[in-house]
Design a protein around this ligand. Structure first.
Ligand code: HEM
Ligand code: HEM
Length: 220
């Protein structure tokens, strides 16, 4: 299974980049107005920038239309952002207070998992008629990543990936010391990364380029 660490990451990255380029070419090729609210609205630059940032960082359109969904969704995205920041810290080997790192990682890891379980329940309940197979699969994939991550966290095992990450970016991959949890977590994370440009998760990139979705929610 060493190939998951030594070969697969390059394949994953390649699939991700090809997907990214394909989506961007397709998007700009269609000549869709990237921020349709901008040209016709006579607003100051400050208002424009603050609207843009609040839509991306605070999900303001969804806040106006559905407070419960907003709370869960925002908690989900915020915890995801903090977990990924924590991963970068772990990969780079940046030291902070161990107890604080453990508390933050455990707290936001659990918020991440719980908010996704609620989002999944919602898809089996009130949002069932508008849910597609992809909606369920994405949440299940993310939940599996969170569960394997949290199991590693609470296993008491110390994972040191700094040398491994360095070896990957310098194109001389080594296999890190791993157990089945890290193997599963890393494999699932790579499936997520490779798939990201091809499906609904592309909204994470799209949100910066178009306000189509927020506008759609506003009208909903
Ligand atoms: C890119 C490859 C990734 C690697 C090598 C990796 C590795 C790890 C490791 C070693 C841990 C245990 C940390 C500890 O015990 O202190 C962990 C935890 C975790 N991972 Fe990942 N991870 C990756 C990607 C992701 C992604 C994309 C997500 C979310 C979508 C994610 C979500 C989590 C969660 C929720 C935890 C538990 C909470 C925490 O420690 O922050 N991981 N990961
Ligand atoms: C700046 C980046 C991002 C923005 C502005 C953003 C915004 C949003 C908004 C407004 C929603 C609709 C509310 C909802 O259905 O929960 C949503 C849904 C969702 N986002 Fe994001 N997102 C971003 C990045 C990401 C990333 C990186 C991931 C995962 C890798 C992600 C995963 C999801 C999922 C799974 C849902 C649907 C939840 C459900 O099934 O109900 N998002 N996003």
């Amino acid at each position: 299974m060493d190939f998951v660490f030594t070969k697969l990451p390059y394949f994953t990255f390649g699939v991700f980049i090809i997907g990214l380029i394909w989506r961007l070419i397709r998007f700009f090729g269609k000549g869709i107005q990237s921020h349709p609210i901008f040209p016709y609205a006579k607003i100051s630059t400050f208002k424009r920038v603050s609207t843009y940032l609040s839509q991306i960082l605070l999900f303001t359109p969804i806040f106006r239309s559905d407070r419960t969904l907003w709370t869960i969704s925002w908690a989900f995205h915020l915890s995801l952002a903090l977990i990924l920041a924590g991963h970068i810290r772990m990969f780079a080997g940046i030291k902070i207070n161990e107890k604080l790192a453990f508390l933050l990682g455990s707290f936001f890891g659990l918020i991440f998992l719980i908010s996704m379980l609620i989002l999944l329940l919602r898809r089996f309940g009130e949002a069932k008629v508008i849910s597609t197979t992809e909606d369920y699969l994405v949440l299940l994939l993310l939940i599996s990543i969170a569960v394997s991550g949290l199991l590693m966290r609470f296993s008491g095992h110390h994972y040191n990936l700094t040398a491994y990450i360095l070896s990957i970016v310098s194109f001389s991959p080594i296999t890190p010391r791993y157990d089945s949890l890290l193997l599963i977590h890393f494999l699932l994370a790579q499936i997520l990364i490779a798939y990201l440009p091809y499906g609904k998760l592309f909204h994470s990139v799209g949100a910066f380029v178009t306000s189509y979705l927020p506008l759609r929610w506003q009208n909903a």
